[in-house]
Design a protein around this ligand. Structure first.
Ligand code: MG
Ligand code: ZN
Length: 361
């Protein structure tokens, strides 16, 4: 009797045990989806007219036309309606408005963590590419913390110990030609960087790579910079793709802004076309990868640039500047990939940081 009760209880507990005893069950192990890569592309000084110039002066359909999710952002700093590139770079890199001139500090001069620091803690590898010196305001906002942007020797000194894994830009003199006699190139090597290793670009993911390719800024496109921006963007993507970890890249077309300051339309437009080409390199990668968020924007507009009529002739464009400084027009934001939806609408430049964090955590 006892045995019979036991048998009935077992049947109730394991109703299918008798008919399916030897077949192992296929357990689906859900593979954790890698966090998306993030590529942030900044055209310094690039307002809507600057973007528009690629539609009238290039010899191909602009890569800007590959984006479907578009928003607008307000770039004013904590203390000025019109921002400089330090305050707006810091807003993008840290999500905090600050005073004009500040790098990686908030309005009270307190250190705030930047995207390279925050994302490294989330196991991201990181890269920075710019056509200025690496110590210039925009790239510096992504790794350094100083009170004034002009402290470029201090910014260089901070770089070796940061979480940056790959960088390409100019600025050699800030590393080697210093009043304090320090050799910051040596310090880069001591901290695991291979320096200007241009032999075939055979990357090793266990190493870090530093490319400092000019004394100060790189040459302009008009002065023969060539394919630097798109080529080093491709190198960074090749290197970062060797790892299973996700990555963050900041790419800056620094000199669009300098064309605006110089009120030089040829300078500005040639830098825009170079940036558009680099957007193509990035979009080719992102479309294939299908887990990469691309964001293209500016830190502010420069020059009050317009594509105006030439003395009433609507068949001719006369590129025109109304200032040699910055302007505070809203700045377009182009997004593609996972989370791109979130970049629609009108918001503050600091919200870019928040939106990136939202998708990477
Ligand atoms: Mg800049
Ligand atoms: Zn500027």
């Amino acid at each position: 009797m006892k045995k019979l009760i036991y048998f009935i209880v077992m049947l109730l507990i394991f109703p299918f045990a008798s008919c399916n005893i030897s077949k192992p069950e296929k357990v689906k192990i859900a593979k954790k989806k890698r966090q998306p890569n993030v590529i942030l592309m900044i055209g310094d000084g690039m307002g809507l007219s600057e973007v528009s110039s690629t539609f009238y002066y290039g010899n191909r359909k602009p890569n800007f036309s590959r984006f479907k999710e578009i928003g607008l952002n307000n770039t004013s700093s904590a203390d000025k309606k019109i921002t400089d590139s330090a305050a707006s770079g810091t807003a993008l890199a840290t999500g905090k408005k600050t005073y004009n001139g500040a790098i990686g500090l908030d309005a009270d001069s307190l250190i705030v963590p930047n995207l390279v620091e925050v994302l490294s803690n989330l196991e991201y590898n990181t890269a920075i590419i710019a056509t200025s010196s690496i110590t210039h305001a925009t790239p510096a906002s992504f790794f350094a913390h100083v009170k004034q942007r002009k402290m470029e020797y201090d910014i260089a000194e901070q770089l070796p110990k940061t979480e940056v894994d790959f960088f390409a830009a100019g600025g050699l003199k800030y590393f080697t030609n210093r009043d304090d006699g320090k050799d910051i190139l040596k310090s880069l090597v001591e901290n695991g960087f291979a320096l200007n290793d241009t032999i075939n670009y055979h990357f090793d993911i266990s190493k870090k790579y530093a490319y400092i390719l000019a004394e100060d800024a790189l040459p302009s496109m008009l002065d023969g910079r060539g394919e630097f921006l798109s080529e080093y963007t491709q190198h960074a993507l090749n290197y970062l793709s060797m790892s299973d970890k996700p990555f963050f890249v900041m790419i800056e077309a620094s000199q669009i802004d300098w064309g605006g300051h110089a009120k030089n339309a040829d300078y500005l437009i040639s830098e825009m076309l170079d940036f558009d080409k680099t957007i193509g390199t990035v979009m080719d990668f992102a479309e294939q990868d299908a887990n990469t968020l691309v964001i293209v924007l500016a830190d502010h507009e420069t020059g009050g640039f317009t594509l105006a009529t030439d003395n009433g002739d609507y068949g001719k464009i006369k590129p025109t500047f109304c200032t040699g400084g910055h302007s505070t027009t809203l700045i377009p934001v182009f997004a593609f990939g996972p989370g791109a939806d979130n970049f629609k609408g009108i918001y503050e430049n600091t919200n870019i940081f928040d939106k990136i964090i939202q998708i990477t955590e």
